[in-house]
Design a protein around this ligand. Structure first.
Ligand code: FAD
Length: 411
């Protein structure tokens, strides 16, 4: 009798955040993991994440985490609970990559280098004897009765189980070109509509070169239509033809399935209308012979004043002593409800994440296994899950990867 147990052969497509973390958690004496990536190096998207610093997770509890998930928070609850942000922090601290927590509970490597996170994951994969193969873009998959054949340009891999960790469709130069959606469709999976998320918002107003260099601090951005209204407070920035920065990125994820949006800015959210009116009156009484342009310099950053004047009916030359109650009211209104003409979101390739993906109704939330095809799994951004900025998206990649590894190991 042959008592030697055959190793389970697993191929994982994608050596990004989720693929690497899956592999190092799953590879053991009974499970052989081959990790295939089209790039020459692992974790290309992680490398540019967090402006090169990699905001790897958010130091919060599961409930707090789930509040920051936009698509399918319920589906993710179990995975986040199984591998929490605190587990991520322990993992990296214990494996030679110490972390630190910054404002907003954002967690980064102590070194501020995303490469340290990637090196740590790759090193652990090597320790577990994961076979990482680069420049292996998967072009075709065939399913036989109880195994898969995975084709790249020059190789053929046989696997008992197949994990798809190919990421989303944004920033395609990092290797995430959306191939996972095609593979999923091949196995009968539904792909929900793909949308840009955490991306700049296009506006019609022209942006001056001065504005490109500034951060507009502590403002409120409101987006609304006939059934939706949301206001976000914080900082924003300008690009040619676009607004961007933290509050804009968050807003884009909230409105990417809405149409006919109206956008407006409150330049003075800390002052209600009465307080702002009193402030205007004080300034006017203090310098009656100065003009409206001067008044604006006391209220707005220098770089934005031309933009404000150009896009409102404000007369900058008007002496303050001749300001009527109506013109003062109009000025107040423009400061509190400055309209921006919404032209839609930037294209999907410019989003930090892709919203939409493999329909989670067809995925077992405990193991990330396909309900339609035995031995097939999906982890990370290829799934229809996305969250706000702050380290949540990478944690989703790690938590779904962990659940998948545990699911396979417990079989
Ligand atoms: C600019 C930017 C900054 C970001 N900053 C942060 C941040 O600070 N914090 C945060 O939480 N999230 C951040 N994100 C989002 C986060 O990086 C992603 O959500 C995360 O990397 C998704 O992990 P993944 O494993 O699902 O996919 P990826 O990390 O994209 O990995 C997918 C891998 O699959 C490979 N692949 C794809 N198709 C094939 C194929 N056919 N054959 C072989 N290999 C293939 C790709 O080459 C790639 O290596 C950022 C994203 C961007 C673009």
């Amino acid at each position: 009798m042959d008592n030697v147990r055959r190793k389970v052969k697993i191929v994982c497509i994608g050596a990004g955040a989720s693929g690497l973390f899956f592999a190092l958690n799953c590879a053991d004496d009974d499970h052989e993991v081959v990790l295939l990536d089209s790039n020459r190096k692992a974790g290309r998207k992680m490398y540019i994440s967090g402006k090169g610093r990699c905001n790897i997770t958010n130091n919060c509890d599961t409930k707090g985490f789930i509040r920051n998930v936009i698509r399918n928070p319920k589906f993710l609850y179990g995975a986040i609970n199984r591998f929490k942000p605190s587990d991520t922090i322990d993992f990296f601290n214990e494996h030679g990559c110490p972390l630190k927590t910054e404002r907003g509970n954002r967690v980064f490597p102590m070194s501020d280098k995303s490469s340290d996170i990637i090196d740590c994951l790759v090193k652990e994969c090597r320790k577990k004897k994961v076979d990482i193969r680069f420049e292996q873009k998967v072009t075709k998959i065939e399913k036989k009765d109880d195994y898969f054949i995975i084709f790249t340009k020059d190789q053929k891999y046989i696997a008992d189980k197949l994990v798809i960790a190919t990421g989303g469709k944004s920033y395609p130069s990092t290797g995430s070109t959306g191939d996972g959606y095609l593979f999923a469709k091949q196995f009968g999976h539904t792909i929900t509509e793909l949308k840009s998320a955490l991306c700049p918002i296009r506006i019609r107003e022209s942006i001056s070169n001065d504005m490109l260099k500034m951060t507009l601090k502590n403002v409120s951005l409101t987006a609304k239509n006939d059934h939706f209204s949301k206001t976000i407070f914080g900082d924003m920035e300008f690009l040619k033809g676009c607004i961007t920065g933290p509050i804009v990125l968050s807003m884009s994820s909230l409105i990417n399935r809405e149409t006919d949006m109206e956008l407006s800015l409150d330049f003075k959210p800390a002052l209600d209308e009465k307080k702002l009116d009193n402030r205007l009156l004080r300034e006017i009484q203090g310098s009656p012979n100065k003009d409206v342009r001067h008044l604006l310099t006391t209220l707005l950053p220098r770089e934005i004043i031309g933009f404000f004047i150009e896009n409102t009916d404000t007369d900058p030359e008007l002496p303050l002593h001749s300001l009527t109650k109506e013109t003062r009211q109009q000025l107040l209104n423009d400061l509190k409800h400055f309209c921006l003409s919404y032209q839609g979101l930037e294209d999907i390739d410019k989003g930090i994440v892709t919203s939409g993906g493999v329909d989670v109704n067809e995925i077992d939330p405990k193991t990330m296994g396909s309900k339609l095809c035995k031995d097939l799994y999906f982890i990370g951004e290829v799934l229809d899950v996305d969250a706000l900025t702050g380290g949540f998206n990478l944690q989703i990649a790690l938590s779904t990867a962990y659940s998948c590894a545990q699911g396979i190991l417990s079989e």
